[in-house]
Structures are given as structure tokens and as C-alpha cells.
Ligand binder design. Structure first.
Ligand code: SAH
Length: 213
């Protein structure tokens, strides 16, 4: 995604370290202790401006949500939403998905959302796609038994690549639609990208999957 310089982003982030932190500074951070309850943990990787996860947190108070995003200039928008309308079951973390095992105890996460992940269309960048086998290895470590991966995108190439990567891993695909907005799926919450791309006429693809034993 194209990055804009957001004025004051660093200052805003630095002064709100309980809502958002940089895991380079807080390697010992323990997510379970942060929430101080036993509710399940759901995370979104690449949450961007955070509308999706903020709405989920507001709607489901018995679930703890963690939004992961690697860029200051984007996560600051999610932070602004939190400050305007705070949800105590939502934590924002600025980090790269490759660091997830540092942050989460093994098998501690019940659900991972990947929403409109960067498609990285060039073959030589395939390893950067968040559904590449190397990332599935990471998700397997942190997801609980029966934990679910939920993935949606408008991008056909990324979706097809993901179906193949997930099937070959091997994982079970438990739900799939090639047109989410005209499917039987109930209660869909749109992300910022989903609103933008569906307005352009793109259909939205979604799947859920679990790891085989
Ligand atoms: N989920 C949002 C944003 C989609 S754009 C929406 O649907 O509106 C993809 C986002 O993923 C970008 O903000 C990008 O910075 C973030 N991202 C990409 N790779 C990442 C990684 N390895 N770790 C964390 N965030 C990542």
C-alpha cells in the first residue's frame, strides 16, 4: 500500500503505549496477562486502519482482540478510533507478522483474520504473501487446536494461491465463497479495503480453514 507521512503519528503512538506498543521494546509482553481474563483471543494480521477489528471488539465483549499492523502511518488511524471509542478488549500492536510467535504463547489464539492482505503479485515475492507456507507454519504454532484461519480478499490471484497453499499444507477448508456479499454468510463486517473494492464492482472471496492434526 502507498504510505503517506502522517503528522504526529510517532508522538501519538509513543504516548499511548498501553493501547499500542512496539514489540522491540516489550519482548517479554504476555498477551494473556494484559487482558487479565480467560476469554478467547482473536487476532487480525494487517488490520490497516482497524475498522473491522474495532467493530468486532465493540460487538463481542467476550472475546479479546489483537490488531497487528506493521506501519505507524496506518496503525495510527486504528489508534485514533480506540481513543475516540475505547474498547478494553482490543489491543493494537505494531509489528511484523513474522514476530507473532514472540508475542503469543503456543496454541493460545482461537482465530486469525487475514483481511485484504497485500497480494505481492510477482512470483519472486510469493514468500511475502501472508498465506505462504512459511506464514502457515507460524499460524500453526500460535493457533489452538481447532483454531480457525479466516481469510478474505478481492484479489483472484492471491485467493487462488491461498486455496492451494492452505490445501497443500495440509489444512481443511471449512468454508469458501467466491462472492461473499451474495453468499449465505451472515454478519459480515466490511473492512476499509472491502468497502473500497466492492464499490468498484470487485467480488469478495472468503474462506475459513483449520489445521489437520
Ligand atoms: N485489513 C485492512 C488493510 C488491508 S491492506 C483492510 O482490509 O482495510 C494490508 C495491510 O497489511 C497493510 O496495512 C500492511 O501494512 C499490512 N501488512 C502487510 N504485511 C504485513 C505483515 N507482514 N505484518 C503486519 N502487517 C502487514
Amino acid at each position: 500500500m502507498r504510505l503517506r507521512h502522517v503528522k504526529g503519528a510517532k508522538d501519538l503512538i509513543a504516548t499511548h503505549s498501553t493501547l499500542i506498543f512496539d514489540n522491540d521494546r516489550e519482548k517479554e509482553f504476555n498477551i494473556k496477562n494484559y487482558f487479565d481474563n480467560d476469554f478467547p483471543i482473536h487476532i487480525e494480521i494487517g488490520m490497516g486502519k482497524g475498522k473491522f477489528i474495532h467493530t468486532l471488539a465493540k460487538t463481542n465483549k467476550n472475546i479479546n482482540y489483537v490488531g497487528i499492523e506493521k506501519f505507524d502511518s496506518v496503525i495510527v488511524r486504528a489508534l485514533e478510533k480506540q481513543l475516540e471509542d475505547p474498547q478494553d478488549n482490543l489491543l493494537l500492536i505494531r509489528t511484523d507478522a513474522v514476530d507473532l510467535p514472540v508475542l503469543f504463547d503456543t496454541n493460545n489464539v482461537e482465530r486469525i483474520y487475514l483481511t485484504f492482505s497485500d497480494p505481492w503479485p510477482k512470483d519472486r515475492h510469493a514468500k511475502r504473501r501472508l498465506t505462504h507456507k512459511n506464514f502457515l507454519d507460524i499460524y500453526k504454532k500460535i493457533l489452538s487446536k481447532n483454531g480457525e484461519l479466516h481469510f478474505k480478499t478481492d484479489n483472484d490471484l492471491l485467493f487462488d494461491f491461498s486455496v492451494e497453499s492452505i490445501t497443500n499444507y495440509p489444512m481443511n477448508i471449512t468454508y469458501i465463497t467466491y462472492d461473499l456479499h451474495n453468499s449465505d454468510f451472515e454478519g459480515n463486517i466490511m473492512t476499509e479495503f472491502e468497502e473500497r473494492f466492492s464499490k468498484l464492482g470487485n467480488t469478495i472471496k472468503k474462506l475459513t480453514a483449520t489445521f489437520k492434526e
